[in-house]
Ligand binder design. Structure first.
Ligand code: HH2
Length: 407
């Protein structure tokens, strides 16, 4: 009986398994892959020169990808490139070789073509984060009286330390200690008060666990003390936009950082979030954040990025961004995603309060992991997230059955 079945073209692994099934030599796989998968790239922000170049190449020969320009009046500088990988690679070379070279276009295309490669591994606090090998878990330790889901529960330092130790034992790969709530409309906390909240907890956790420690702060003064006390990563929900000193403090300590997208400030962010192109604007914000970090001396390889779910985003913005998370892979850096117990999950589940959003959280965590968009998930319930992710990661990597083809 003749059968035909679709193989996911965006997954080279599955195409390689199809080649095995067909008995083709391993040596030929890469060559065949370059000819096969269809790459579609949405381009925005094109100069007229770059747009003309794309048009002329696609008209000239079939050596280059097809080019569909966007509406010149309504959406200038946009278009879609569609073709095989080798055609795209030829286009990159042509953009570089041209007398009036187009390096920005060439780099943007190159980054898009490399988006399926995992970022370089990160050494943090004596552990290796091998991106792409599995989804890592960051456990939340809120030392605040007013966090949206657990405010006041771990305000006492001993309670916070015990909670952090429990999360570490439950399998957290990182702990994120925060002394200031970022929920919409939260009261700002002074640096002195924030240091007084987080420092004893960092010291206690350093003494009692070997898990790398992150500190959720926007302030250089807090970061400085936290890093001195042994924290390894600074998690700034404003993407190094609120304290110009902060990137330098991170660089000088040789620490890592997580830079998050936010529109507005926690006080105002949920009033009227608005975007023309959500993914494009998040990409632009994160690129600028990386530039600030690198300019201050933070190596690119010590930066994680976060789309900032719930930070200046409507319900629909959150869902769309989670669905299209994979597009942020063009940044070439590991992605951290925080959906845990957030309001959009409450809304999706008929108005459940934060304390009853565990199953919804696990659904969101499993989805972002399965879509391949997240390297780290930031969660309150570590043991449960670990179990869910173990299943997702195992299914994503379940290729052993396909290896039978080569026998
Ligand atoms: N979400 C919160 C706080 N910090 N950091 C990153 N990188 N990503 C996030 O999504 C994120 C974050 C909000 O959660 P929580 O800490 O539980 O609440 P609160 O800010 O009220 O303390």
């Amino acid at each position: 009986m003749i059968r035909a079945r679709p193989i996911a073209v965006e997954s080279p692994e599955d195409l390689r398994l199809a080649f095995r099934r067909m008995g083709l030599l391993t040596a030929a796989h890469e060559k065949l892959l370059a000819k096969l998968p269809h790459v579609q790239l949405l381009l925005t922000g094109l100069t007229e020169d770059a747009a003309r170049f794309l048009q002329s190449r696609s008209e000239a020969t079939t050596n280059y990808p097809a080019w569909i320009p966007g509406d010149a009046q309504a959406r200038p500088g946009t278009g879609l490139l569609s073709g095989r990988r080798e055609q795209l690679e030829r286009l990159v070379a042509a953009a570089r070789a041209r007398a009036a070279a187009l390096p920005e276009l060439a780099s943007a295309l190159e980054r898009a073509l490399e988006a399926d490669r995992p970022p370089a591994a990160l050494e943090l606090g004596g552990r290796t984060f091998a991106w792409g090998s599995r989804t890592y878990v960051m456990g939340v330790v809120n030392v605040t009286p007013d966090s949206f889901s657990d405010g006041g529960r771990f305000f006492d330092p001993e309670a916070a330390i015990a909670h952090g130790v429990a999360l570490a034992e439950a399998g957290a790969d990182l702990l994120d200690v925060g002394g200031e709530s970022t929920r919409p409309g939260a009261q700002a906390v002074g640096a002195e008060e924030e240091v007084a909240r987080v420092l004893p907890v960092i010291q206690g956790l350093r003494a009692r666990t070997s898990v790398p420690l992150s500190v959720d702060t926007t302030k250089a003064a807090v970061a400085r003390e936290a890093l001195k006390a042994g924290a390894h990563l600074i998690n700034d929900i404003t993407g190094f936009r609120s304290d110009p000193e902060l990137p330098r403090v991170v660089a000088e300590a040789g620490a890592a950082c997580c830079l998050m997208h936010i529109q507005g400030t926690p006080a105002t962010m949920q009033q009227a979030p608005r975007y023309d192109d959500l993914v494009d604007e998040v990409l632009a914000f994160l690129e600028a954040a990386v530039a600030r970090a690198v300019a201050a001396g933070v190596p690119r390889g010590r930066i994680l990025l976060d789309p900032g779910i719930g930070f200046g985003k409507t319900f629909d913005h959150n869902l769309f961004l989670l669905r299209r998370l994979g597009e942020l892979r063009v940044l070439g850096l590991p992605l951290l995603v925080g959906t845990s117990r957030k309001a959009f999950l409450g809304k999706l589940t008929g108005g459940k309060p934060a304390a009853e959003r565990l199953a919804a959280t696990l659904g969101s965590v499993a989805t972002v992991a399965a879509l391949g968009g997240a390297d780290v998930v930031r969660v309150h319930d570590v043991a449960e997230a670990r179990d869910a992710l173990t299943v997702v990661d195992a299914i994503r990597q379940g290729m052993e059955g396909g290896l039978l083809y080569s026998r």
